[in-house]
Design a protein. Structure first.
Length: 64
């Protein structure tokens, strides 16, 4: 079984909150969309590789 499935909702939200806090200190707080992407990666619904490729594809369409 994937170890991520053993995490409680509270633990998952705490991880996202910590990342958001660290990013906010740098002046880059997370958007709701990015928080949802992180959540999906943590629960195994998506992967960082998939999400990274989505971002790259989006900006390739915009900027060629």
């Amino acid at each position: 079984m994937n170890s991520n499935k053993k995490q409680t909702e509270k633990e998952i939200q705490e991880k996202i909150k910590k990342v958001d806090g660290a990013m906010a200190q740098e002046g880059m707080p997370l958007t709701k969309e990015i928080k949802q992407k992180l959540y999906n990666c943590i629960i195994g619904k998506s992967t960082t590789e998939i999400e990274r490729n989505k971002v790259l594809e989006k900006y390739r369409r915009i900027y060629g």
